[in-house]
Design a protein around this ligand. Sequence first.
Ligand SMILES: Cc1cc2nc3c(=O)[nH]c(=O)nc-3n(C[C@H](O)[C@H](O)[C@H](O)COP(=O)(O)OP(=O)(O)OC[C@H]3O[C@@H](n4cnc5c(N)ncnc54)[C@H](O)[C@@H]3O)c2cc1C
Ligand code: FES
Ligand code: FES
Length: 1364
Amino acid sequence: MLMEEIQKKGSLVFAVNGEKFELPCIDPSTTLLQFLRSDTCFKSPKLGCGEGGCGACVVLVSKYDPKLKKVEDFSVSSCLTLLCSLNACSITTSEGLGNTRDGFHSIHERFAGFHASQCGFCTPGMCMSFFSALVNAEKGNKPNPPPGFSKLTSSEAEMAIAGNLCRCTGYRPIADACKTFAADVDIEDLGFNSFWKKGDSKETKVSKLPPYDPTKNFSTYPEFLKSESATNLDSSRYPWYSPVSIEELQSLLNSNLTENGVSFKLVVGNTGTGYYKETQRYDHYVDLRYIPELSIVKRDQMSIEVGATVTISKLISFLKEESKVDSGSYGKLVSKKLAYHMEKIASPFVRNSASVGGNLVMAQKNGFPSDIATLFLGLSATVSLMTSHGLEKLTWEELLSRPPLDSRTVLLSVSIPFKKDQSSLQNRSKFLFETYRAAPRPHGNALAYVNAAFQSEVSLYHNSVLINNIQLAFGAYGTKHATRAKKVEEYLTGKVLNLHVLHEALKLVKLAVIPEDGTLHPEYRSSLAVSYVFEFLYPFTDVHSAISGGLLAGINDISVEEVSESSNDGCISQGRKQTLLSSAKQVVESSTEYYPVGEPLKKVGAAMQAAGEAVYVDDIPSPPNCLHGAFIYSTKPLAAVKGIQLKSNQLTDGVIDIITFKDIPSGGANVGAMTISEPEPLFAEDLVRCAGDRIAVVVADSQRSADVAARTALIDYDTANMDSPMLTAEQAVEKSSFIQIPPFLHPKEVGDFSKGMAEADHKILSAEIRLGSEYHFYMETQTALAIPDEDNCMVVYASSQNPEKAHHVIASCLGVPEHNIRVITRRVGGGFGGKSVRAMPVSTACALAAYKLRRPVRIYVNRNSDMIMTGGRHPMKVTYSVGFKSSGKITALHLDILINAGITEDMSPVLPLSVINSLKKYDWGALSFDVKLCKTNLTSKTTMRGPGDVQGSYIAEAIIEHVSSLLSMEVDSVRNENLHTFESLNLFYDNIVEAGEYTLPSIMDKLAVSSSFFQRSKVLEQFNQKNTWKKRGISRIPIVFEAMQRASPGKVSILQDGSIVVEVGGIELGQGLWTKVRQMTAYALGLIESSWAEDLVEKVRVIQADTLSVVQGGLTAGSTTSESSCEAIRLCCNVLVERLTPLKKQLQEKNGSVDWPTLIRQAQQQSVSLAANSYYVPEFGSRSYLNFGAAVSEVEIDVLTGETTILQSDIIYDCGQSLNPAVDMGQIEGAFVHGIGFFMHEEYLTNEDGLMVSNSTWTYKIPTIDTIPQNFNVHVLNSGHHKKRVLSSKNSGEPPLLLAASVHCATRAAIKAARKQLKLWDKLDASVSEFYLDVPAILPVVKTQCGLDYVEKFLETLLAQKSN
Ligand SMILES: Cc1cc2nc3c(=O)[nH]c(=O)nc-3n(C[C@H](O)[C@H](O)[C@H](O)COP(=O)(O)OP(=O)(O)OC[C@H]3O[C@@H](n4cnc5c(N)ncnc54)[C@H](O)[C@@H]3O)c2cc1C
Ligand code: FES
Ligand code: FES
């Protein structure tokens, strides 16, 4: 067809990775991600959240401007981008950059070589976020970089991925891989990788990196698409309008398009749907981006005008340019501050399509907690609207106070007026402008607790600063929309600023900024507002220091050269950093004893994962007729379900069925999971027993229809005559509602508690610790695909850590023999324990639906439901009594531990043992306890990385902290005092450790030296004395972690060409199991001839777990599955070696030499069996062993906001003789950062019914690159030979998570310093050190412990000093 014809038709035409797509018709609400994943072979963009909050779906969009003949490239979240908005665009996904067939891109290879991909689910999105930054950096006019590098700076490289989440790696290796491209990087600063050898020169290192040549960057925009770029979609064929002028838009909105109940939606970037989920379908969309006036951003003498469709990224670029040109000091200042603030809104891939107008309309219409709304309010912006009556201009403030805009009103533009410039004020006064935001993540991808924008004009008056006028705007604090603190403004206007005035003003701020009922952390938010105003004005209360600090530069008679900003007061420094991460060191001690075991080989398939070709369950193409399911869950904790009603809606048109317990075939059972003793029902029958309980699965022809139907379903509950639900452990105790702990899982007490107490000089009685839950946040949510097969058989592809048990449960539910079921798991996009048991109901429900409907059914649980239904970590309440000597030596400890296990047994019975085992890391003298597993009406709590261990280890630290605070002793010395001796260790751990294996004391000493712990402790004290607003703390903690090995099967088959296929029971979850198994296979088969071992590595392929191919696969958990799978493989190889060695000898004798292919060929000919099976069962006496490690962390808290920055963490971890130190390093760093999430960030919130309510990426904040330690040093210690371990190795997956308590303890120390300051001011009635710091220590928690009125107390102290 001729190009002209297509243009005439106005078809939807675009390209993906150079391939042309032309769609004659489309549902306009289809997102790019839906299209890519269901209609193309490009599966690298993953669905991680569907909210714009994770980055797993990021792709590059390229647009061609035919007038300028330029291509614009930018990253977007494909889960929010509507396909129709991409007409004539080119899309590049990670597999488009490079792949297994055409060769990988250097980004993929460097990610792989720097060990930056574990489960791999986040990696393609990371790569695309980074690629977008790379492509754009090359277009800039910076000088050409040295060969092999790009024009990107290290800081830009880090910021490029700041909005992408990764739950596995801990980000450090990802940052390093990205920084290898940065022209300004010091190559010596880059971390451990598989390219370089020790001693390589800088030049050699650069030459060994997979080459990057920007001149060879492929074209992101194919030639054939250029001719399409001038055409808009034909609105007669697509329900998509693209008006090209305001007039056209006006007539469109006034036309009958919008009449007769026809629904339409104005749209720009569509990112708003990340927050406001759509549950209705619009008949038409009106795309505003083609109206030139709406996409203009310009400055004139009077103002900056921003068209409504200008994206936030474009506005930032414009403002950055503005801040460079001479637009007057006011314009410069405003531009700079706005750009700086806006860079913290969302993430690059959201800002690239999010429009300024869309943001403001969301704020105006829906009360969205916008930053831009506050910034523009603070700047007295005006807006232009097009209403049904015509055009209108008004102030943004006026518009905010109007009722929500109707759907026909269009925001056209915003104008930021310039104040009179400095020169026109004849240098008698000065404008100040500053913006603020404090959020769970410092660099974006998190809504602010409060944001603010302040401006003021001040002048000098009798040696003081006079406030001529002031404007204070606050937003996002739990208010319908941003507001001005008018009373404060009135009070301050015309006042000469002094401490008293400021103090009074702050009182008014507190009255002005009051969050609405139901807002989280209301007092914190009010106090944050106070902090901001204080920070803005305090520097001007002392005119001399304001002048010497340059704050009043520009006013007559003040001869300071540089105009500086109000924040630069020398005291309250904002400390803007160059790069997020300053340095990191990785030390590995590998061993060649079992070569290639022990080599830091890169992860199997890492480059393929980066390219997005690795296949996860949802990447398996849907078979014909495939249906999709979504869970309907209860929102009540205890109720009878009388009925389920689906809301009729266009989006739910495709619903086929609702599957409930009634659909379980006769002979089958209502069972969804099985663990230790009690089976768990698949669906609630008469009663729902917790909020999040499974009621049914809606099955529809698309995942979206199923999801919307489930989300909007109305459930008729009956709560009459119901007992009140038990939500807390205490309520369960009252009703004696417990889960039994089998005797073999009972932990053992030590010594005589009463005797120990009698020896004590001091006692703490009945102190309490409470710990909450945590969500796994694996990047791939729960998913399965069930395909019916002949003769009542079923194949289920499951993302599971326990396919064997899932298999058993599915067969029980369907009532078929187990040989009818086959569960296949290739890889899992992160599990962290959440797919051990909680994955079983998903696979089973899928199989049940497929069985009933005789069609394939897949379920990909959406993030919001997954968070509600999965359950997470066990909350606990601990009451302890402890006796201790004046020296700090503890003589006795008793604990009453109530573990909230939720509604079903799951793996909870193992918790008591793991809590107590890790708590035993100290010598408590005598240890007694009573642990109860409370059965409550919460979702079942389940295994999660370090289940029980992390709580036990933390409880131990909290007790040590408590003891030391009572004794006023250094915590570190109390820790030391109570570290085990070899003898006491064996007393507590049942003689598990052999002489020479107890490495902890030496690790603690070594760490003190390598981290300069004692020197830094002193420096830090001086820092704290000098600084009022920032306080630092440091902490060193040890861990002891008991690991348990389990039986595991293996199978090794050698094929005709000598390639080797390996099957193991263990599942590859990102923990590097396949890589270690591959190395073990090469080592063990290499025993035939050691020189073959290196080549054998490449011949090994570990394949998917298939429950009919290898039985008794067991559970992949507890960090030991890699080693037990390795051992199982070693046993198989031993058999093969035994069979092949005589033949090899014969051949060698005959031919002089023999190689592997010849040996295998001969073996085939001589009918030697080339497959072997094994089942490794650890010897009874060596099933458990202890892991040791220690960490030092130093943090800095901002007393004004409560924000904690981790300045440095140093870890030494004993890995035995690591099977692969690169993999173990990744596990250690990843687990530590995961632990930072638990201790510092992840707020798991439930409502009064126990329903999890922080169930989105908006409210649940796992660590991002900007929250990890700025200096991160990890030493993987090789502690030599352990004869009972698998090739002397130890595990690394979970224990390092416990070390992150060091960050929490350091934060506590920093808070102590702040409280000490209060004490010095005589403003603290309570004790300096006796306080309990909640987990997680989020900003409100830290600031609360420092004192929400710290600022006021500071001012009162100064005022009192002045009046004396
Ligand atoms: C993950 C994520 C994080 C975010 N974090 C922040 C943050 O920290 N701070 C912050 O301030 N914002 C944040 N946002 C919000 C973001 O800025 C807005 O989603 C975005 O600016 C909306 O622009 P859009 O073009 O995508 O609007 P769309 O989604 O296209 O539209 C949003 C709404 O506005 C209407 N609309 C759009 N333009 C107009 C117009 N000109 N006239 C009338 N109606 C119109 C639409 O009909 C729709 O109802 C975040 C968003 C995401 C997805
Ligand atoms: S899936 Fe799109 S950002 Fe998470
Ligand atoms: S590798 Fe990043 S989420 Fe698994």
